[in-house]
Design a protein around this ligand. Sequence first.
Ligand SMILES: Nc1ncnc2c1ncn2[C@@H]1O[C@H](COP(=O)(O)OP(=O)(O)OP(=O)(O)O)[C@@H](O)[C@H]1O
Ligand SMILES: [Mg+2]
Length: 511
Amino acid sequence: MQVQTPAAAGPVLSLDGIVKTFPGVRALDGVRLELHAGQVTALIGENGAGKSTIVKLLTGIHQPDEGRIMVDGRPVTFPTAQAAGQAGVTAIHQETVLFDEMTVAENIFIGHAPRTRLGLIDRRTMRDRARAILQGIGADLDPDARLRDLGIASKHLVAIARALSIDARVVIMDEPTAALSHKEIAELYELVEKLKRQGKAILFISHKFDEIFRIADRWTVFRDGQFVGEGMMADVTEADLVRMMVGRSVDQIYPKRPAQIGPPVLTVAGYCHPTEFEDITFTLHRGEILGFYGLVGAGRSEVMQALFGITQPSKGACRIAGDVRVIRTTAQAVDAGIVYVPEDRGRQGAVKGLPIFQNVTLPSLSRTSRGGFLRLAEEFKLSRDYTQRLDLRAASLDQDIALLSGGNQQKVVIAKWLATRPRVIILDEPTKGIDIGSKAAVHDFMSELAAEGLAVIMVSSEIPEVLGMSDRVIVMREGRIAAEFTGRDMTPENLVRAAVGIDRPARGEAA
Ligand SMILES: Nc1ncnc2c1ncn2[C@@H]1O[C@H](COP(=O)(O)OP(=O)(O)OP(=O)(O)O)[C@@H](O)[C@H]1O
Ligand SMILES: [Mg+2]
């Protein structure tokens, strides 16, 4: 008897001739996509190429204007999220909506909680199943913990657990590793392997080529809402994929310009926090890009939040341009010339419901308003300048920021803070979620502003970015400064060793 292998059986899910328009934008223009059992298909494209829109069509959030969605070769429609779930399609979204006031288990089972015979929510079963799913993905979380007490990375694991609580044949992951630490990323890769072995068809959306090459079996590239090509990972190179997605080859050399490092702008002395960090002391100079490297959870973002007045240090002092400044609120920080572009830009950065141009000019209003009137033309000009420099892709600057793709929203938030012309800008993971072509634009702009005298702190977990852009690197580990490197000591090995706490072998010692 011949057993048909899943690969020979044709795609589990396929899309053909899909068109989706939004007012002013043709987000998808006749695209195709195939997902196969036991294989990972990477969907690759620039910010705004239409990747998340595909996810929304497959999960019943939007309906296609034209084209067909097929499961096992049969046309289907997903009028609601429930319909998609029943057809066995589940997604881990870029922004899964979770509820802070509910427990982990409640968040996992929203809408499909196990019930007792009386029709009440069966809390014990729910908790047990939640625990089993969490264990299955290597997440050490208490099902009874309130979501609001968890960090971003843990919340992401809850979102993953929620997606897997539906018994799915197709699992969609939209930038799933963007908010995870190294350890959690490794666990996610294991999870993907496990799902593959179970025969699930996986759609994987990512801007990180290393992970695409590591876990994907197939690729599909979209550009400007159009299908560019598809094939097997074994048959392409990174350069091929980049050329297809951007339409040109991209120079991956970091555009760091030699900067004139000036006098100290920011001096932080003995900053402490009861739980997050201890004895943080460093100086930042005019024109300098100072990299902060460390594992996720090392306390880098927490230090930055204290410098920006989101939290308060329990001890320590900070001088800006020589003057001692007490920063207890973000308004005081902005007043002192410090701004912070957070990592979690969706929540802390963009004001949804406001047009793009107002999102950019919001904190710079004193520059664009005269005698109490907002100068619309000036607001527009300022936003246009800054967003163009960051390679923003938007139909118009009048558009609500909420309608932009994830990566483009991030560019607006970066533009907004740069437009305030601060003395010091703190960029937390500035290119996370930003495509490879736009990354160069962000780096270029950063480098140019530093050359004009801006002092930059760049928190980044990407070693090539840290090494490529920084004049100097501070490595944090477990809430403390573990090491500082300049010049030829700025090597990947030194950074990693300091971040994980392996001491450097003494000079001359055999390796
Ligand atoms: N509800 C909407 N209304 C108007 N335009 C929208 C809406 N949703 C998406 N768009 C537009 O559709 C296009 C595709 O967006 P999409 O979110 O699919 O991009 P993406 O490939 O996921 O990008 P990223 O890498 O930045 O996440 C963008 O131009 C976006 O602005
Ligand atoms: Mg997206």
